[in-house]
Design a protein around this ligand. Structure first.
Ligand SMILES: [Zn+2]
Ligand SMILES: [Zn+2]
Length: 456
């Protein structure tokens, strides 16, 4: 999993952008071209990567204005960086453009509403779903907000997958080209659909994570068929893997095994959530280690790592020279470790093509392999807000640090290297309130006070 010795394949962004231009945009029912307010500025995190460098920058930029009557403009009070942002940082997602504002996990206060907005008003505290759903297409009507058919203009994605997923905040033009939430202001298209009001009893430090990781981890556990009495193995102890482990425990799983190599993360899984752990740097045969704990294999597997993590030289080389975009190593481990007629859910991002996929185990063991898809946040978020409000589920178990938006560049670098015990962060802006009791105090890279958090 050490990626320092290979160059990411860099799915050719230039070629993808050229293809999009040649094919033209897919029709959508909202624009991705923002209007701007006169004379107001804000801090934003923008992508400036090129072939050689990983590069994001905090840049002063104009403030978005209402562009459609269904828009809402929010002042951001909380944002963060997500594991999937690291795919953008590492240039592994097609159709990025220099100057794109990143970030898909954010919340804030409503600052201005379009003329057709009914559900929210100026001053409301709201969290945004990472997906931008129209609320009226067939998929939206079925509650599958992440699969909205009317908000993603990427013809490249349509060509590659057959149909694209919904537009996403701050996730390249492959996901619709919308400006993201690592900023002080965000334009939220279809604000009546994509914003959820938050009661005063729930602080930003808990509500923020309803935008992605709380519903995504919950969705993964549903897709993996986790039930009372079953055993589960989870690859990847990042925020999704750890919160999924917690949902598995709450669902009554008999045993949950978390696999990773980052010691602080494994310690959190074992000590705070109560799972078994496997450090794959110490156990060179993860499958054998799982069978030692569960002689029949685990009922359910959840891949919460990612396509970019390769352990063996075979996939490292293939990714480096562009023979595959995605490694099949973890899926293959899961296929071997899961019980006959068990199930596997892929919640980690996979982008395109893989080699040496163990299709024989999939068929012969009768395994159900399911892609979670981008989680339909809006299907779950009201119920999950209640679980947070009641205290049944506390997303701050993985919250390790708080930073100010002007240190986003340093944060990306440290998060990518998994340094300083950084797990899940809370990024504040000039509009944020004071820190909620029991959550991490403000840290600063520039002041040199970033230390592994007491939480981990
Ligand atoms: Zn995310
Ligand atoms: Zn829709």
């Amino acid at each position: 999993m050490d990626k320092s010795n290979f160059t990411p394949p860099g799915i050719t962004t230039t070629a993808a952008n050229q293809a999009q231009k040649a094919m033209g945009d897919r029709p959508t029912t909202t624009t991705n071209t923002p209007h701007m307010r006169e004379g107001e500025t804000q801090l934003t995190l923008q992508w400036y990567g090129n072939r050689e460098n990983l590069d994001v920058r905090v840049i002063e930029a104009p403030v978005p204005a209402i562009a459609e009557p269904t828009d809402v403009i929010c002042k951001v009070t909380a944002t963060t960086v997500c594991g999937s942002d690291l795919h953008l940082y590492n240039k592994e997602i097609m159709q990025l453009q220099r100057g794109d504002i990143l970030g898909h996990e954010w919340m804030g206060v409503v600052d201005e509403v379009g003329s057709e907005i009914k559900n929210v008003k100026k001053g409301d505290r709201v969290v945004a779903s990472f997906q931008i759903a129209c609320g009226t297409c067939k998929f939206c009507q079925e509650g599958l907000s992440s699969m909205c058919d009317k908000t993603n203009s990427s013809s490249v994605q349509e060509k590659l997958y057959g149909k694209p997923f919904a537009g996403l905040f701050g996730y390249s033009h492959f996901a619709g080209g919308f400006a993201g939430g690592q900023a002080e202001y965000v334009r939220c298209p279809f604000g009546d659909v994509n914003l959820l009001k938050i009661p005063d009893s729930v602080p930003d430090e808990k509500a923020l994570y309803l935008s992605d990781i709380v519903p995504t981890s919950y969705h993964a556990v549903q897709c993996a068929d986790v039930e009372k009495g079953k055993s589960v193995a989870i690859w990847g102890a990042g925020p999704i893997g750890l919160l999924a482990a917690k949902w598995c425990m709450l669902a009554g799983a008999r045993r949950v095994i978390v696999i990773d190599k980052v010691k602080e993360r494994l310690a959190l899984a074992r000590d705070t959530i109560g799972t078994d752990i496997i450090n794959f740097e110490e156990e060179n045969d993860v499958v054998a280690a799982i069978y030692k704990l569960e002689p029949e294999g685990v009922h359910c597997g959840i891949d919460a790592a990612a396509f970019r993590y390769t352990k063996g030289i075979l996939h490292t080389v293939q990714r480096a020279v562009g023979l595959e975009t995605d490694s099949s190593e973890i899926v293959n481990e899961a296929l071997r470790a899961v019980r006959k007629f068990g199930s596997i859910c892929l919640v980690a991002d996979y982008a395109a093509l893989t080699n040496q996929f163990l299709i024989g185990a999939l068929m012969e063991k009768g395994i159900t392999l399911r892609g979670a898809g981008q989680a339909p946040v809006q299907k779950y978020w009201k119920d999950l807000l209640k679980k947070i409000e009641s205290g049944e589920f506390d997303p701050t178990i993985i919250l390790s640090h708080r930073f100010h938006i002007d240190e986003f560049r340093e944060l990306y670098e440290a998060f990518d290297k998994k340094e300083d015990g950084i797990m899940k962060t809370f990024v504040q802006t000039r509009f944020s309130g004071p820190q909620a009791p029991g959550t991490p105090a403000l840290s600063s890279f520039k002041a040199g006070d970033v230390k592994p958090s007491a939480v981990v």
